[in-house]
Design a protein. Structure first.
Length: 336
């Protein structure tokens, strides 16, 4: 199966987070055939019931190519034209899986061994697969993580700090609001205070940002709201502590603040002769906790179309990624 056929075959297997089993089984079979032909070992790495990572290794792996199996909803199947392959996961990250496999095949054809492929579940939600893999390291010294960076080597990725903010009030008839206590009013005041938090900047990462992602609450237009809730996400460029303190002050006496996720900003490895970038999204890299080696971040596709109904990946970038991944593995082997 060629690179584009494999990309489309993977896209057409729905693997929204928690439903990665089918694509995992497909890759287990595909890589088992490759392993049988080339002397590789393929492993199903259990994570949770019905959820598992897929690991394939040759020799004594010192470099590991890794990305994730899961995608965000909604699923839509693949199609292609002369320039692009479209579909859910085309760039995030089914095309990356195909390019990594293509790189493995190229390396094996050239007699290279001592590398691995690791495809994990759950990146789009809580990095469950990467955390499981961190507990089962295999001695790899370098990790090449795949996310859509337009084939530029990312020198760093921003962190993430996500909150659920809940306000409580007392219901009343809206004609007599003085008899109630509006949870929505409280929540709006908290969110306005959060929007006014001074956000730090960093010479590499740039400025922190904040997004109020969801707001819900109330019962009817003629009822004073007794409950309101919002979800807020900060993109971190430094320690989370200053923002944590500012959020606590913004909500004090008005709402509950529940921290749901914290992923630190990460500075990453560099190699010569590769164009570089810095990305604002988070990855599985912090969850690996160094257990699979020094991390690098690169992949075909643009993050700007990931998670959209226009998700696509350029065929040219898929082909380029095969060459770049092969080159990175060989250079890191030489460094190692």
């Amino acid at each position: 199966m060629d690179l584009f056929e494999l990309t489309r075959a993977l896209v057409d297997i729905e693997s929204i987070t928690d439903n990665e089993k089918a694509v995992g089984l497909y890759l287990l079979e595909y890589l088992s055939v490759l392993g049988a032909r080339t002397g590789g070992q393929v492993e199903r790495m259990e994570v949770e019931p019905e959820r598992f990572n897929v690991l394939a290794g040759w020799g004594d792996p010192r470099v590991t190519l890794s990305t994730h199996l899961d995608v965000v909803p909604p699923f839509f199947p693949s199609r292609e034209d002369q320039e692009f392959i479209y579909g859910r996961g085309a760039c995030d990250t089914k095309g990356i899986i195909a390019s990594m496999i293509g790189a493995a095949e190229k390396l094996l054809e050239n007699g290279q061994r001592d590398f691995a492929l690791l495809f994990v579940v759950g990146e789009e939600r809580n990095s469950a697969g990467a955390y499981a893999a961190a507990r089962q390291g295999r001695g790899s010294r370098f990790l090449i993580n795949g996310e859509p960076t337009e084939n530029k080597l990312a020198l760093g990725s921003k962190g993430a700090l996500r909150y659920e903010i809940v306000a409580h009030g007392r219901m009343a008839h809206s004609a007599y609001p003085e008899l109630g206590d509006s949870a929505i009013d409280k929540l709006l005041d908290v969110l306005e205070a959060i929007r006014r938090i001074p956000l730090p900047e960093d010479p590499l990462f740039g400025r922190s940002t904040v997004n109020i992602g969801t707001i819900s609450g109330g019962r009817a237009p003629n009822v004073v709201a007794d409950h309101a809730r919002a979800e807020v996400m900060f993109r971190l460029v430094e320690s989370a502590e200053p923002i944590r303190r500012a959020v606590a002050r913004a909500a004090a006496g008005r709402a509950e603040v529940n921290e749901m996720l914290m992923i630190p900003a990460v500075r990453l490895g560099a190699l010569e002769d590769l164009e570089t970038t810095v990305v604002s999204f988070t990855t599985d890299i912090p969850a690996f906790q160094g257990a699979w080696g020094q991390p690098f971040l690169l992949g075909p596709g643009s993050i700007q179309v990931a998670h959209t109904m226009e998700e696509k990946v350029a065929k040219k970038q898929l082909v380029e990624a095969v060459e770049i991944y092969s080159k990175m593995v060989k250079e890191l082997m030489a460094e190692g």
